[in-house]
Design a protein around this ligand. Structure first.
Ligand code: ZN
Ligand code: ZN
Length: 374
């Protein structure tokens, strides 16, 4: 990604991180390369097995990277931020360099570790920080990492419009005699017209639609096939789109068996009800329950075997996960998918997916394309 927000956006995020550390009595966070580092600095640098890490304490920020990788930070806002940058060479103790701002600080609380640090880095840092407790940074500072700011929401809105424009062209691609793979190749090109990167393309026709992890195959489309199309790309500064619609080859749902139409009606009602239930103060699990209870009451409970949604931002799957057992309370600015599905093994499946952002009194849907079978 070469696009960046203005440096003031990253400065604000680092400032909020420090404020939350103080508020929580946490000693600091250590973040590795990936979406969390990009969120805080704009950098998508990668140093493979060697340690690159941003350490933030209540009073100080330090970024360490292998000397040979320092040049890659030029693509980020790092030089404009109040962050000390240190290069390290083989033979130096990179973990000690990353841990030092925490160990030299006077806060003795827990330390949050970023999700993309690998096991060897986590173990080495835990040893250095002991007896301090270590935690998942994304949960310790959930409101920082899961509540999107205005600049992020605008990016997600634009990503939503971009993927809606791709879905608008899908019906004309789904013609009898074409393969799923041919359709997927066309969708790839359409995603790239409006995104920097294609993240994934699922074209699941007929029985393939009953497998939520199907991508695409050489199966030839036939008139009257039900087709699940789930697509997403990376947009702008690095925010993701993700939207599913279910189509009928030939475009006429009246040709479908009554059972398929009534199943779809159950799904559409469940998705609508789940979106309508999104508001601040309710748990992630309660949204899953709204969709699942409707599908279960209609007799399709066993045919709905995945969680209802996932957070989305600089990564495609992140907190809040909309699933049973997740007591995370929704707050304004959280963005996630609502994507129930019903899958009848060996026959067909259907899924409807929109991205929503929690507002002060409900939610804003970021995907607006028609949701009916067509
Ligand atoms: Zn999806
Ligand atoms: Zn999704």
């Amino acid at each position: 990604m070469s696009e960046l927000f203005d440096a003031s956006v990253y400065a604000d995020r680092l400032g909020r991180a420090q404020g939350l550390l103080r508020e929580r009595g946490l000693a600091g966070i250590v973040i590795g390369p990936g979406p969390e580092l990009a969120y805080l600095t704009g950098s998508w640098t990668s140093s493979h097995e060697r340690l690159t890490a941003l350490t933030v304490t209540p009073t100080k920020s330090r970024l360490i990277a292998p000397e040979t990788d320092l040049h890659s930070l030029a693509d980020s806002a790092v030089s404009e931020l109040d962050v000390e940058v240190l290069g390290w060479a083989d033979g130096e103790d990179a973990h000690a360099l990353a841990a030092a701002p925490v160990l030299e600080g006077d806060a003795d609380g827990a330390v949050g570790l970023g999700d993309s640090l690998t096991t060897r880095h986590v173990l080495a840092l835990q040893e250095l920080f002991a007896p301090r407790e270590t935690k998942v940074a994304a949960l310790a500072l959930a409101e920082l990492f899961t509540r999107k700011d205005a600049a992020e929401i605008e990016q997600l809105r634009a990503a939503g419009r971009a993927i809606d424009a791709v879905h608008a062209k899908v019906p004309e691609l789904l013609r009898a005699g074409r393969t799923e793979a041919e359709v997927a190749a066309d969708i790839d090109k359409l995603i790239l017209e409006r995104h920097g990167v294609v993240d994934f393309v699922i074209v699941g026709s007929g029985p393939n639609g009953a497998n939520p992890h199907h991508d695409f195959s050489d199966r030839v489309l036939e008139d009257g096939d039900i087709v699940v199309v789930d697509i997403g790309g990376t947009y702008g500064v690095g925010y993701h789109s993700d939207c599913t619609r279910t189509y009928v080859v030939g475009g006429d749902p009246a040709t479908l068996p009554e059972e398929a139409r009534s199943m779809y009606a159950v799904l559409a009602e469940a998705q609508e009800a789940a979106v309508a239930a999104v508001r601040p103060g309710v748990t992630a699990a309660s949204i899953d329950d709204v969709a699942r209870s409707r599908i279960t009451e209609a007799g399709y409970g066993e045919a709905y075997f995945h969680r209802t949604g996932h957070g989305i931002g600089l990564s495609t799957h992140e907190e809040p996960f909309i699933m049973a057992g997740n007591d995370l309370v929704l707050e304004p600015g959280m963005a996630f998918s609502v994507e129930p599905g019903i899958y009848l093994r060996g026959r067909f499946g259907a899924r409807i997916e929109d991205i929503v952002v929690v507002t002060e009194d409900g939610c804003e849907r970021l995907n607006e394309g028609p949701r009916e079978l067509r």
